[in-house]
Write a protein that binds this ligand. Structure first.
Ligand code: G6P
Ligand code: MN
Length: 445
């Protein structure tokens, strides 16, 4: 079984490889092909993987190439985890928006739109190449904004592309833990779009345990999202939102906290990763140790401004590892070995949510087997969620239209229609600001 990782020089690749190393069963991945346009990053990551594989007799073979077509040919699975514009691009996405007084963040609001506008054309190119060179491969999309990018790729790959994110699983796991339930046996009734979803039930042996959580202030104060949103607001919603909803429900506070931070998240990661790739290239040192230290620091500081502005304190030890690689491995196993699993994934809606059309990519629990990921029937969205989900999907559609046609008017509409951008004038200035700094937006005319 061959797995190709597009974005193979990326920092999270060792997480995926580490998960593969734990899999010794029949049908496991035996060969990993890394693709990245940057040869130096490929070499650094390959060194980390080689150290991880030391002493593991059945470790998957690793090769690396800067030729995308060569990487895709013969792939059974393709992971796509690219960052168009690099971390400097992420830092610019944040800075331009914050200077206009609106949220600058990797996936949410103006920053997410700018990132989407840059990324969709590149993701579509990858999808087209997969369709041509590896038509039977399954594509697992990690690239953010994951829902939007998966939808763009699905127009070329249909249901062979599946988007993943670790935050719904992490949330479900935390809720199960505080309720004393086994996360492996609980069904998490999660619904929405990527980074815009809500847990509105947690069923254990057919019984919904979430009301017990919502009724108990002590339990609500004992986990990350409970502290982030506060017990009263969670009770008003009757659901527990994904942590990314913090940017919506506490927008002023998060924008201010981000504006006042010494460095944005993207700028911090840009500098941190530059140091890592530098060190990993040093033949005298351990690339794996350098990677692990960098990873630990990254995880500990994840969403720290949000937690600070909400007085939510430090992350808990159990929450530090997102489990991103575990979702990917579980999905691959279910497909490759026809082992039925229920996973929260980004897939085409079909008739799951009646307020969206069939091709809209949504994030919902799916039944996965060798025939792919099939969304399970779900109750209608709660009233408070309907407006947000429809508004953000309309924004996604403007981004897709802009990426396809190169229309600036569609790009302005994407910014202007977003619930976290409060003026059409600001939307126009955002597009000007972004096109001035991002060469990847030159296609917009
Ligand atoms: C979570 C999200 C991912 C996102 C990551 C950002 O895991 O689900 O979509 O990429 O956080 O973390 P970072 O360390 O890059 O800020
Ligand atoms: Mn995510």
């Amino acid at each position: 079984m061959r797995l190709t990782i597009v974005g193979g020089g990326g920092f999270r690749v060792p997480l995926v490889y580490g998960a593969l190393l734990t899999d010794h069963a029949e049908g496991r991945v035996t060969e990993v092909v890394l693709h990245d346009p940057d040869d130096r990053r490929l070499r650094a990551v390959s060194r980390v993987l080689a150290e991880q594989a030391a002493g593991v007799p059945d470790a998957p073979r690793v090769s690396a190439t800067t030729d995308l077509d060569e990487a895709l040919r013969g792939a059974d699975f393709v992971f796509s985890a690219i960052r168009v514009g690099g971390l400097q691009g992420r830092a610019d996405d944040e800075r331009v928006a914050l200077a206009e007084g609106v949220l600058g963040q990797e996936t949410v609001g103006a920053g997410g739109i700018a990132y989407g506008l840059r990324t969709v054309p590149v993701a579509v190119d990858i999808a087209r190449r997969v369709a041509r060179l590896a038509p039977d491969a399954w594509v697992i999309n990690f690239t953010n904004p994951a829902g939007l990018v998966t939808e763009a790729m699905s127009r070329h790959l249909g249901d062979r592309v599946i988007g993943i994110c670790d935050s719904p699983v992490g949330l479900g796991r935390r809720i199960a833990r505080v309720l004393g339930a086994d996360p492996g046996r609980a069904f998490v009734d999660y619904v929405g779009l990527n980074h815009l979803g809500w847990v509105r039930g947690l069923r254990v042996a057919g019984r919904d345990e979430l009301p017990r959580l919502l009724a108990d202030p002590a339990l609500l104060g004992s986990f990350e999202e409970g502290r982030l949103f506060g017990a009263d607001w969670l009770r008003s919603l009757g659901a527990v939102p994904n942590e990314y909803l913090h940017y919506y429900y506490f927008n002023r506070e998060t924008v201010r906290a981000y504006q006042e931070a010494g460095q944005t998240r993207g700028a911090f990661l840009r500098d941190q990763q530059a140091r890592f790739y530098e060190r990993a290239g040093d033949p005298g040192g351990s690339a794996l140790r350098a990677w692990d230290r960098t990873r630990a620091e990254r995880e500990a500081t994840y969403m720290s401004e949000n937690r600070e502005s909400a007085g939510a304190g430090e992350r808990e030890a159990d929450d530090l590892s997102g489990g991103y690689e575990k979702v990917a491995l579980a999905l691959m196993r279910a497909i490759a070995r026809d082992e039925r699993a229920t996973l929260i994934l980004n897939v085409r809606n079909r008739s799951t949510l009646s307020v969206l059309d069939a091709d809209a990519v949504v994030e919902v629990p799916c039944l996965v087997d060798a025939s792919g990921a099939h969304p399970l029937a779900a109750d209608p969205l709660p009233g408070h969620a309907t407006g947000l989900v429809c508004a953000v999907k309309a924004v996604d559609r403007e981004v897709l239209a802009a990426a396809e046609s190169g229309s600036r008017a569609s790009a302005v509409a994407a910014f202007a229609l977003h619930p976290l951008v409060d003026s059409v004038t600001v939307a126009r200035r955002l597009l000007e600001g972004y096109t001035a700094v991002h060469p990847g937006l030159a296609y917009l005319r």
